[in-house]
Design a protein around this ligand. Structure first.
Ligand SMILES: [Zn+2]
Length: 269
């Protein structure tokens, strides 16, 4: 594409970064990111990706906006209560940057929708709110070879990891077995501060931009943890597991199937 005066002005503060420039901006314009969940993590991530000029954003979420979402799901406003989250998000992101195409999937991610949605995108961001979706997104990305950025947040804590299939540890390498029901606190029961989700969602956008630009060191083979009360980040080294069920030497998962983890507690991100 050719850059107009308006493009140059809109992106001027990032165009002067040596890691971006016009070639980098062109890469972002041609890039696409699929966000699973338009909630506490997906909202800030989508805002920064649209603002940076990523050409196409897909948003997957089956939920409607509720009053208790608004303290952390920063794309939605009081007047949006009852509306589809993806439609509310699409409206705000298009208003922010009309150059970004926003595709709204008012759907729950399952094996069929994952197979249908994921192939058209360069990078996937998982800001989902339940464990079944987390394992499904991981398996889909490994099987399709799509880079995945995993993020999670609850209370005053968050974590983040970049997964490049075939190159770095996947979600199953680190968490081979789903936790027992009640083992992991969810946002509904345990609470969350909006800004905590904002920090992790923003870092997810940052890692996606680095991958799309091919610059910097991706946060792979490490779990970045954030403790907001202590004001501390920590990097926990992780490694690929040769016995991993999906990316190991002899994987037992070869095709995408919806995972029945309904007995697991549902986490809201
Ligand atoms: Zn793995």
């Amino acid at each position: 594409m050719s850059f107009t005066k308006e493009h140059i002005a809109r992106y001027s503060r990032q165009l002067i970064l040596p890691e971006i420039g016009l070639p980098g901006q062109q890469r972002l314009q041609e890039a696409s990111v699929l966000l699973i969940g338009a909630g506490g993590l997906g909202c800030p991530a989508a805002l920064y990706l649209a603002a940076a000029g990523v050409g196409r954003l897909g948003l997957v979420d089956a939920d409607a906006v509720s009053l208790s979402n608004l303290h952390r799901q920063v794309l939605h406003a009081t007047a949006d209560i009852g509306r589809s989250k993806v439609e509310s998000a699409r409206e705000k992101l298009t208003a922010l940057n009309p150059e970004t195409e926003v595709v709204a999937y008012h759907a729950r991610l399952d094996a069929a929708t994952a197979k249908s949605f994921l192939p058209a995108y360069d990078v996937v961001l998982d800001g989902s709110d339940n464990l079944a979706t987390r394992y499904l997104v991981n398996d889909a990305c490994v099987l399709l070879g799509k880079p995945l950025i995993y993020g999670g947040a609850v209370q005053w804590r968050g974590q983040l990891m970049v997964i490049r299939p075939g190159q770095s540890a996947c979600f199953r390498c680190v968490f081979p077995e789903p936790p027992q029901p009640g083992e992991i606190p969810d946002c509904q029961a345990a609470g969350i501060l909006g800004a905590t989700a904002g920090v992790i969602g923003t870092l997810m956008a940052q890692e996606a931009l680095k991958l799309l630009l091919g610059t910097g060191q991706p946060l792979e083979n490490q779990l970045l943890t954030y403790d907001a009360l202590a004001g501390a980040f920590r990097r926990v080294p992780v490694r690929r597991d040769p016995d991993c069920a999906v990316c190991g030497v002899h994987p037992s998962i070869h095709a995408l199937v919806s995972i029945d983890l309904m007995s697991c507690s549902h986490k809201e991100a």
